[in-house]
Write a protein that binds this ligand. Structure first.
Ligand code: RUB
Length: 317
């Protein structure tokens, strides 16, 4: 595992933009500590903190955890000097502890859905507490089920073009001693049709108020195939990733990345020169394809328009 040191918020922003730091949980925590870094470096200057917040929020538009966390941090950056620094530091620690607590709790709620002998498919890297990346949700569920002594097997999709599933999910599963099989993204339909998959659990970058899910591109096609084969499809998320200000998936901005990330791998061309390519980094899975939304407050089922508000905001709708 490599260790990188960031001394400027701009470097941290670039690390998120370039995918050196990725995953909605991890970038949220980086947002919090990017604000703390700026508070320290500016000797507690509220304007500098606000500008750092704008910079950090612009780095990955789809993942709402980053936006919410940065807004929370900026809102406590009042006054100036040592007072501001101390408030910002306290908040960053609260956010870090809260996220870990969410991951443990949602892991337990989600693990209750997993039965002994299940084979679970996941997409991209939505890590586990104590994993290779910082934080994550889908593997928190899988890791908890494994630690409860359930005999499970995981299919991890490689997740083109960045290969988060092959590089990071497989690494975490190996670290936790969870048996797993790597497949390319386009093999999931075959595996489902052959009866190899019992359940699917993916992470989330944003869940809109009606339960539509934004997650790594490829998630939608897995959900469609799961519907055809009547395989339960869950997203593991936290209340911080549910965005009541976004009515449906239609209003979620999908980050479009540089097509060269599709035509090249680590700078090596894998397509003829001049080939047109497209890289939507996320896709939207509509709520009717989702069997349940696993959160730290429990597993929420349809109708999501009302149940998300009831469980997360404790309001009758
Ligand atoms: C990662 C991705 C993950 C979610 C969930 O995309 O789509 O499934 O972020 O993350 P990217 P977590 O690699 O482009 O950031 O559960 O870790 O918060």
């Amino acid at each position: 595992e490599e260790i990188h040191t960031f001394t400027e918020v701009e470097q941290l922003g670039e690390a998120i933009r370039s995918m050196m730091i990725r995953g909605s949980g991890a970038i949220g925590i980086c947002g919090a500590y990017g604000i703390f870094l700026t508070a320290l470096k500016s000797n507690g200057n509220a304007q500098a903190v606000k500008e750092a917040g704008d910079l950090l929020k612009s780095t990955r538009p789809t993942a709402v955890n980053l936006m919410k966390t940065v807004d929370e941090m900026v809102s406590v950056a009042k006054g100036s000097g040592e007072d501001l620094i101390s408030e910002v530091e306290k908040k960053a620690v609260i956010i870090l502890k809260r996220q870990l607590e969410f991951e443990y709790k949602l892991g337990e709620h989600g693990a209750a859905l997993i039965e002994d002998g299940d084979t679970i498919m996941t997409h991209c890297h939505s890590g586990a507490y104590g994993g290779a990346g910082y934080g994550g949700r889908a593997l928190s569920v899988i890791r908890t089920a494994h630690e409860q002594g359930k005999n499970i097997h995981v299919y991890t999709c490689e997740t083109r073009p960045y290969l988060q599933g092959a590089r990071i999910t497989a690494l975490e599963l190996k670290k936790f001693g969870i048996p797993h099989t790597l497949i390319t993204d386009n093999m999931s339909g075959f595996c489902m049709s052959e009866g190899k998959i019992d359940k699917i659990v993916v992470g989330s970058d944003r869940v809109s108020a009606n339960g539509d899910l934004a997650n790594k591109v490829g998630t939608y096609m897995h959900a469609l195939a799961a519907k055809e084969h009547q395989i339960p499809f869950y997203t593991a998320t936290s209340s911080h990733t549910i965005d009541f200000n976004t009515p449906s998936g239609k209003s979620i901005e999908v980050e479009m990345r540089n097509p060269s990330e599709v035509t090249q791998f680590k700078g090596m061309p894998i397509a003829p020169e001049g080939t047109n390519a497209l890289y939507p980094s996320f896709d939207i899975t509509p709520n009717h394809l989702i069997s349940g939304i696993i959160t730290e407050k429990g597993v929420i089922s349809a109708p999501y328009e009302t149940n998300l508000k009831k469980v997360i905001e404790k309001v009758e709708v």
